[in-house]
Ligand binder design. Structure first.
Ligand code: C5P
Length: 330
């Protein structure tokens, strides 16, 4: 039987095996990123409030066992690949390929796949695009191979792949502790609207954490911010905007000083709050939400977009809303 997306379904008795699976996965912005002192394992303890927004990558896996018998994944990518477009590795170092490898090794169920990444999340932008792809690859291969793993087993594999991968599975809004991988869902009301200023430059997460250690050698233990949590729960966009915080921001600005000007442009244009997303360099601007009149919200959003586009500082300006669900099979 040919399915709508061109995949085939085979019926083996009671079991239906899908030979093509596509998973859609969102970007994240960090509403609070509190970073503790460096740990012995090289990581930092965090209080990391993840918020999934409506910029999506899609990961498609196709059974390739007939054509290939050795390499587990053959990787291709298209979409908004940034400049230069080579920033997405298409070999086994890609986190999505590593996700497939880990799932295959853990379950013994892996067969060769062609994996295609359709990218719309900024690459190396601090919005967890690579981690999102890994989460989507786990879900897609899990479905394709019929591994039978439980949700908590998949979450455990995700956490082994990277600090942000588990959130790609969960989505919505959640606070991550430990190195970011222990997730608790958070209550939110309404929909928040965001403008994102994409930088022509990339920043390495490891380099930004290194700069953080240099700038703040005696960091205190990270703590939750009750004001931010209450604003999320009540849908108060103005209070949320004022409560946004990112301890990595001074480090990102130190490595890429022009980001400070980008933040100022969006703030002067009326954003309710702004911050560098994660380790950057994407800058996020909250432009409204909750019970605000749509006309007020639209006008504010248009002002912020126009100011950023006119600044000459951004590669691109995009809008999104949050929160949205995590990795979803289409
Ligand atoms: O876990 P992930 O691979 O995303 O981390 C990338 C890098 O970011 C790590 O190698 C580490 O340098 C830094 N990091 C950290 N503390 C965390 C998460 C990431 O120092 N909690």
């Amino acid at each position: 039987m040919l399915t709508q997306d061109g995949g085939f379904l085979y019926d083996w008795g009671l079991v239906t095996v899908d030979t093509t699976v596509t998973v859609r996965v969102p970007a994240k912005v960090n509403l609070q990123l509190a970073v503790g002192p460096g740990r012995e394992d090289g990581f930092h303890d965090l209080v990391n409030v993840f918020h999934a927004v409506s910029l999506f990558d899609e990961v498609t896996v196709k059974d390739a066992s007939v054509r290939r018998s050795h390499a587990l994944t053959g990787l291709t990518a298209d979409g908004d690949l940034g400049s230069p477009p080579t920033r997405v590795p298409l070999d086994s170092s890609n986190l999505a390929a590593r996700a497939a490898e880990l799932l295959a090794r853990t379950t013994g169920r892996g067969t060769p796949v062609d994996m295609h990444l359709s990218k719309h999340i900024p690459v190396a932008g601090g919005m967890a695009g690579g981690s999102a792809d890994a989460a989507a690859a786990l879900v897609a291969c899990d479905r394709l191979w019929g591994t039978g793993l439980s949700r908590s087993e998949l979450l455990e594999l995700a956490a082994r792949l990277g600090s942000d991968v588990a959130f790609g599975l969960v989505g919505h809004t959640a606070v991550g502790t430990g190195r970011g991988q222990f997730l608790e869902p958070m209550a939110t009301t309404g929909r928040f609207r965001w403008v994102f200023a994409l930088s022509p430059h990339g920043l390495s997460t490891g380099a930004v954490f290194g700069e953080y250690d240099r700038l703040r050698p005696n960091a205190p233990e990270p703590k939750e911010n009750p004001t931010l949590n209450a604003a999320l729960a009540s849908g108060d966009a103005a209070v949320l905007g004022a409560a946004l915080s990112n301890d990595l921001q001074p480090a990102a600005l130190s490595l890429l000083p022009e980001l400070e000007r980008t933040l100022k442009v969006g703030e002067a244009a009326g954003a309710l709050g702004s911050l560098v997303s994660g380790s950057g360099p994407t800058c996020a601007f909250l432009v409204g939400g909750g019970g605000e009149a749509p006309a007020v919200l639209d006008a504010r959003e248009a002002e912020v977009i126009a100011a950023l586009e006119g600044s000459g500082l951004c590669e691109r300006v995009v809008t999104a809303h949050g929160d949205v669900p995590g990795a979803t099979v289409l």
